[in-house]
Design a protein around this ligand. Sequence first.
Ligand code: HEM
Ligand code: FES
Length: 440
Amino acid sequence: MLEAFLYVGLPYLALALLVVGTAYRFVFRPYSVTSLSSQVLEKRSLAWGSVPWHLGILVVLVGHLVPFLVPGLWQAIVASEPVLLAVEAIGMAAGVMALAGIVVLLVRRVLVARLQSVTTVVDLLVLAVLAAQVVLGLLVAVLHPWGAAWAPGTLMRYLHGLFTLSPDLGLVSEMPPAVKAHVVLAFALFALVPFSRLVHAFVVPVGYLVRPFQRVVWASARRAESVAVLPGGDPEEGRRGLMRGLAGVGGAAALMAVGVFDKVARFVKGDDMTKAEKEALLSQKLERLEQTAEQRALELERMRKELIPIAKLGELLPAAGKYFIDFEMRAALAFKGADGAPILISAKCTHLGCTVGSQADEQGRILCPCHVSYFDIKTGQPNEGAPAKTPLPHLGWALRGPDGKIVAQKPAGRALEGTFDPSLADHEVCVIRDTDRGAV
Ligand code: HEM
Ligand code: FES
């Protein structure tokens, strides 16, 4: 019940608040859509906080958005080990930078006396929650590394489920506590947006670069005098400083993004390409389209049928598993057991959802490379001390003759029905739709 609220109710509530509340502020209170700059009151520590915070969090959020929007492309990118390493390192560095920035911003609000009078409880709450969210994100990245590889198959699928109105609670409820807390706090933050200055995130302030200067003129003559002698009072100098700062920030962001978004850049500058490059790009696009079409065809087949053929019985091997897609569109593996009967087992790691390797070791175990969990093919059980705590579920199978007749079948967790003969090498092994995944 609590889980249903946290991972389904709260997200919808938060998203509804975010959309309705933000729209309300834009339409009915447009002048409240601002971050209420405090630069005029204190600017030294603001720069040390605001720049690293915004730069860091932008990189982090791009790293969250891309796998959410284009999970297939993302998985293809991080499939290469050096790229995965680079992505993780960039994410971590950006997270640390954002954390340093938000701590400065938080301390500044609490300690600088003249800011206290313009700081509300909500301001402090938002800064504290943001800092906590960044700490949790870093904790997830440290405790459960390679998130760029495991999250698309689990957390991003959960988010897609939310947005397509078919949320799958299971994808998040079995996650470790730090991951769950990170998800819940993210939605709490979304809910806070319309009630706080976070709403300014929806205004991209590019107009500020070209708009005329606005000078702040103090009404008190004494104050005006003291400000006049402060360094940096020249507006032209201020503009140049801003431009230099922006150029620096832009350069750093570009450098960070180069490796990861190389493919995107190539796609954008398509016109400068040679004929051979264009051909390669087109065939890549075609391949992607074919993959999508293939995926949809698989989904349709799984919706319509009760049996999905995997391989001939004679093709199954004891140590080299054959991958297939099960009825839930998740990766699974087919092996030949010691008695010659098929063993169909989920290949989706029960730790954080990475795909388990297909090659069994001499003890009959398959390895999840993400955080090293070995699963016994026969029992599905992970090795002792493995990060994964629950077994990989087995799937039911049926053996179908060339005439289309089922000669034997073994639904998961139930006894064999019919007579199994290991010599029926030309018979097709099929996975059967059954809800009772789990037991051998
Ligand atoms: C307000 C929204 C959020 C903020 C500010 C935030 C912030 C962060 C930060 C700072 C990190 C560590 C740096 C990194 O590895 O990228 C991180 C990691 C992570 N976040 Fe978030 N996050 C937010 C929402 C979410 C949501 C909604 C999800 C998924 C449902 C999510 C999933 C993850 C995962 C899986 C990692 C680990 C990435 C890795 O190890 O490569 N985050 N987050
Ligand atoms: S995802 Fe962590 S061990 Fe498999």
